[in-house]
Design a protein around this ligand. Structure first.
Ligand SMILES: *Cc1c(COP(=O)(O)O)cnc(C)c1O
Length: 453
């Protein structure tokens, strides 16, 4: 016990030069807390046969507490996986102009709900609305927190205690707990399943529309799942026409919601928002941070009359978009309006990057590291769009002993580098590495390779 009594007091520790540095960096209350916690830890872990407690061990413990408590868990990483819309890594990186727009509106006050001409209260809905209607040709638009919220809100406002017809081929789970049938039930809609797991026919829709007058029709994108083999679904336009013949509305949960044609870049065609509207859908829901390449958001476009009902529903307030989202989304949408999406929106730059450009970058990395091999491989789009579809790419492959360990070391540094292993080699895909991150990536790789050699 003698050894414990010799521990310095909190007060004495607080007056050491070391503590002064901590107080400068972390503030007095947190430093005090870290010192108390460290002393407590030493007392608890103390064993009678333990040698002398050294002051530097105590200091190290305080330091560890302080860094651990103040380390941000949400931090930037370098995505070298080649998965463009990596949901776990935050999906779409924003364009420069979207970032400027956030910075400008969030560092001060803004016209979020203020009309400059009248000096009166305005509506936050207007900020993305006119660009969205101009871009898609829809009558009206609304932005909410995310697409899951958009679907829940639309069904709650339009289908509460009403039958909603959906094909069994579309009763999907997209991951992260979003299951179409559960969301439908949550909204108070009565689920009317038609067809089978692999096939649904127009006649299935017609029978359900006859049996359930006043029912809505919900069409959902398959998202990250693919219906192949002995499988079929009617055209969206035919389903919508049929629904309209029965005086009912058709809602399309489009998921990714591309505004550009992915087929231009050697990918399969991902249905676009414009196509859903042209097919006659009364309401279309899609994400802001998938193929649109903007911030997390859920976007509803369609008939004025339906959107008016949706805007009035109490859930609309609960899932509304915030000013940062609206600032970034409007700026992102402007890129489409100005026909500069391919050059300004990071995910479209990644999608449209040619294999030759990527090969040049991989060769440059190899030359600068003096290590590795450039091999061909595949990038994927991700984000619940285009499952199984890949873009040919070039990878830098590093043959290192204990590849798993190397991969973990890449994740440990700042910024963390997320790569993958293919055939026991570390592979890095330049497609998803932003140009401004190349220097950091290469210097961290160099550091690690030096350790290994
Ligand atoms: C991704 C997706 C959603 C959910 O969108 P979030 O913006 O992630 O909430 C809903 N439906 C489909 C079909 C999707 O692909």
């Amino acid at each position: 016990m003698n050894e414990l009594r010799r521990l310095p007091s909190v007060d004495r520790l607080l007056h050491t030069p070391q503590a002064e540095l901590w107080i400068n960096e972390y503030g007095r209350p947190l430093t005090l807390n870290a010192i108390r916690t460290a002393l407590e830890q030493i007392r608890q872990d103390f064993k009678p046969d333990q040698p002398h407690i050294r002051e530097e061990d105590l200091f190290r413990l305080v330091e560890t507490n302080l860094t651990r408590w103040t380390q941000l868990t949400l931090q930037p990483v370098i995505n070298a996986t080649g998965v463009i819309l990596h949901t776990n890594l935050g999906r779409a990186p924003l364009s420069q102009s979207a970032l400027r727009s956030i910075q400008a509106c969030a560092s001060g006050y803004s016209t979020l709900e203020y009309e400059l001409t009248t000096g009166k209260r305005g509506k936050r809905e207007i900020h993305a609305q006119s660009i969205l209607t101009r871009l898609t040709g829809a009558e009206d638009a609304l932005v909410v927190n995310n697409n899951a919220a958009a679907v829940l809100l639309a069904l709650s406002a339009l289908a509460h205690s009403k039958p909603v017809i959906i094909s069994r081929t579309q009763l999907i789970e997209i991951g992260g707990g979003f299951r179409v049938p559960d969301v439908m039930k949550q909204s108070g809609a009565k689920l009317i399943e038609i067809g089978t797991t692999n096939r649904v026919h127009l006649s299935d829709y017609e029978i359900a529309l006859q049996n359930y007058p006043g029912a809505l029709v919900l069409h959902a994108h398959h998202s990250n799942f693919r219906l192949i083999g002995f499988a079929s679904e009617p055209d969206l336009a035919d389903i919508v026409n049929l629904a309209h013949r029965y005086q009912t509305i058709a809602i399309d949960d489009l998921g990714s919601g591309a505004l550009l044609d992915t087929a231009l870049f050697g990918l399969e065609h991902e249905p676009t928002v414009q196509e859903s509207l042209q097919a006659g859908c009364d309401l279309v829901c899609f994400s802001g941070d998938k193929l649109l390449g903007g911030p997390q958001a859920g976007i509803l476009v369609g008939k004025t009359e339906l959107l008016a009902k949706i805007k009035k529903h109490p859930l609309a307030r609960a899932v509304r978009a915030d000013k940062l989202c609206l600032a970034a989304l409007a700026a992102t949408l402007l890129h489409y309006l100005k026909d500069e999406a391919l050059t300004e929106i990071p995910i479209w730059r990644m999608i449209s990057q040619t294999q030759e450009e990527i090969r040049r970058r991989a060769l440059d990395w190899q030359a600068r590291l003096g290590f590795g091999e450039v091999i061909s491989g595949h990038s994927t789009v991700g984000g619940g769009s285009l499952p199984e579809e890949t873009l040919p790419t070039n990878l830098l492959a590093l043959t290192v002993p204990k590849a798993e360990r190397f991969l973990a070391r890449l994740r440990e540094g700042t910024p963390a580098i997320i790569a993958r292993i293919e055939n026991d080699r570390i592979v890095l895909d330049p497609r998803t590495v932003l140009l401004k991150q190349e220097e950091e990536l290469l210097s961290r790789l160099q550091e690690l390779l030096d350790l290994y050699n």
